[in-house]
Design a protein around this ligand. Sequence first.
Ligand SMILES: *[C@@H]1O[C@H](CO)[C@@H](O)[C@H](O)[C@H]1NC(C)=O
Ligand SMILES: *[C@@H]1O[C@H](CO)[C@@H](O)[C@H](O)[C@H]1NC(C)=O
Ligand SMILES: *[C@@H]1O[C@H](CO)[C@@H](O)[C@H](O)[C@H]1NC(C)=O
Length: 321
Amino acid sequence: MRVLTPLLALASAAVAIFPTKLLYQSPTGLFIENIAVRPNSKLLLTSVVSPTLHTFDPTIVNSTFDEVVTFPNATGLTGIAEYRRDVYAVVASILDVEALSEKPGSVVIWSVDLTSGVPKIRAAACFPATITPVLVNGLTAVPGNPDIVLAAESSLGGVYEINLRTGTIRRKFQDVLMGPTPPTPLGINGLHVHNGFLYFTNSVRGALYRIPLRGGTIETLGDVSNFGGIGAALYDDFAIDSEGRVWVALNTGALQLFHRARNGTWVQETVVGDPAGSPVLVGPTSGAFGREGPGGRRTQSLYVTSSSGQLVAVDTSHRIQ
Ligand SMILES: *[C@@H]1O[C@H](CO)[C@@H](O)[C@H](O)[C@H]1NC(C)=O
Ligand SMILES: *[C@@H]1O[C@H](CO)[C@@H](O)[C@H](O)[C@H]1NC(C)=O
Ligand SMILES: *[C@@H]1O[C@H](CO)[C@@H](O)[C@H](O)[C@H]1NC(C)=O
């Protein structure tokens, strides 16, 4: 999630290296925080200002946001991850968006099973009230481990392993590079497992990192120093494509693409919008690739959510510049 700062003046030189399409603009400007894509192509969307999990069908014209389920004793939702086929973990809490904190003891990781016609929900784990301040933020599934999700805790800076079958929660990683820097309590934010690595962003440090899932040294893949500086909450959640490229939402108004050059170094470029602000992406927060067909295989459409209520599709299959 992002820091609520006044939006920067819109830059005139908005970039679009990949084609984009505005799929939806929430009429109330609903703050969309995170996204998962179901095997049947439909999107699941969380909002930090609503306890309702919404769905949106990107395959039909003029689709709307519809309720899947509303969680009790919560004001907002953060991370979502598909941990078994069409079964999702969702973080619900009593959330203070301006203070960037959740009420200790209110953070529940729900399991949402959509494999039958009727959503089945279960409070799978409760985050310990002793961890305070607390902001359980991004979530990721762990391929090959169908009971487990990993959660980013942004305010102290750690990664927690949550067993959705037993309800057990344990800290897996803690590092200064996962922690925030004062005064903004927003360190590690998005996280995803890919090919044995845990990739994660740290918002106030403005950087993307990865660490081997089994533990080891944290590698810095890039930061925002060449893209508008460091100091505000910037890098939010992201998606990793089949080639291992990382598409990161930059809150100020851009999508940043990280990829490995032939010489092995990671390079970063702005591929949609502008780090100085852009009407194409106003407050982007996260992204996920589309799915289609009977197997629900991934497409090259990247759906980007935003804190201004935009849902934007980016066609990553070909460059237009
Ligand atoms: C979608 O909405 C637009 C604008 O309200 C309208 O002009 C158009 O006819 C709608 N299309 C469909 C297929 O409903
Ligand atoms: C909501 O919170 C109240 C008060 O703590 C509690 O009694 C109730 O069981 C909770 N409801 C659910 C569905 O967890
Ligand atoms: C590696 O390649 C990238 C992209 O071509 C370039 O920007 C960078 O300077 C190179 N690094 C080294 C150490 O040669």
